[in-house]
Write a protein that binds this ligand. Structure first.
Ligand code: PEP
Ligand code: MN
Length: 352
């Protein structure tokens, strides 16, 4: 249920309404939008009468029920207003959300050694990326495949951050590693295979770093939003959803089916920012550019693209990784579409 306060409601009145609601045993969550303040009420609200709440104050505009099972993640919870996730990085605050330019995340699947991660960071930064991605802990189908260098790779990500100023995005698989990962990561990634690891979701929800939540490979949109709800309910409001391809009947030519229809669908359901990962979504470097461009045209807030200095030698996901040169030219192609849809940073006007 949400209580929408009228434009210009005095702070003292909002506080009084919150206090009255708290006396009824509710825990109102104050959401400050562009024009209005909304008080979100989650929990046992079935027996509450919206009309009775309405009577608390003449400054209450309306009281609405959120019908969806995902409450805090729903668009209604913010009264239709998109939220953005603001990530402080050495290069400044990066805003990820519907009303901001497209944010680009790039880097290798795995952190392999210092030279390759620092070189990749410098190259993707020069091309226009805002974040460096790279796995220290890798979820691999085979226990015999490269599992990531673990803790030592976190130190290498920190070195790449220092060298480039880029924000760092890296995956957490085990909550035992969360604290040390969060020391280095600017955004903590929960991978597709852990999307419904509810204890991990509660843990990432109880820490401060923004969370990138990948869609499970067979997850419905509702299951995905309910996973996001776990993180929001645990107290972390900064969740970014990432579509990375789902399993369908056809895996012969592409690794996954990249579901770009989530862009308009999620937009109608949730206020959370949306990232698209065409690398895992297709599994082949040659298919990545077309889907990256399509994602921007369809309204993606952010793109995640795997880039490796020598894809043929990569320890994981080489076939879907772009070379730094190809990534560089792709960013230029993305700029054309980004500008066309009004989602590309405008160059500063020259002052005479
Ligand atoms: C990755 O980002 O390298 C990764 C393992 O992604 P996903 O969880 O989407 O498979
Ligand atoms: Mn990968």
């Amino acid at each position: 249920m949400i209580v929408v306060m009228k434009v210009g409601s005095p702070e003292a009145e909002i506080a009084r309404v919150s206090q009255d609601l708290a006396e009824w045993g509710l825990t109102p969550e104050k959401i400050v939008g562009k024009h209005k303040v909304v008080l979100g009420l989650v929990g046992e609200t079935v027996d509450l009468d919206p009309l009775q709440i309405q009577e608390i104050s003449p400054w209450i505009e309306e009281v609405l029920r959120v019908e969806k099972p995902f409450k805090r993640a729903s668009l209604e919870y913010r009264h239709g207003e998109a939220s953005d996730v603001v990530v402080p990085t050495p290069n400044g605050d990066i805003h990820i959300g519907e009303h901001h330019p497209v944010v680009i995340v790039a880097g290798p699947c795995s952190v392999e050694n210092e030279e390759m991660i620092v070189e990749t960071a410098r190259r993707v930064k020069a091309a226009g990326a805002h974040f460096l991605r790279g796995g220290a802990y890798k979820p691999r189908t085979s226990p015999y495949a490269f599992q990531g260098h673990g803790e030592s790779a976190l130190g290498l990500l920190a070195a790449a951050r220092d060298a480039s100023g880029l924000g760092i995005i890296t995956e957490v698989m085990d909550s035992a590693d969360l604290e040390k990962i969060a020391e280095v990561a600017d955004v903590v990634q929960v991978g597709a295979r852990n999307m419904q690891n509810f204890s991990l979701l509660k843990k990432v929800g109880a820490q401060d770093k923004p969370v990138l939540l990948k869609r499970g490979m067979s997850a419905t949109i509702e299951e995905w939003l309910m996973a996001a709800e776990y993180i929001l309910a645990a107290g972390n409001p900064n969740v970014i959803l990432c579509e990375r391809g789902i399993r369908t009947f056809d895996r012969q030519y592409a690794r996954n089916t990249l579901d770009l229809s989530v862009l308009p669908v999620l937009r109608s359901l949730t206020h959370l920012p949306i990232m698209i990962d065409p690398s895992h979504g297709t599994g082949k470097a040659e298919y990545v550019p077309a889907m990256a461009l399509a994602a921007i045209a369809a309204g993606a807030d952010s793109l995640m693209i795997e880039v490796h200095p020598n894809p043929a030698k990569a320890l994981s996901d080489g076939p879907q990784s772009l070379t730094p040169d190809r990534f560089d030219s792709l960013v230029q192609e993305m700029a054309v579409i980004g500008k066309a849809v009004g989602r590309w940073p405008q160059p500063a006007l020259a002052v005479a």
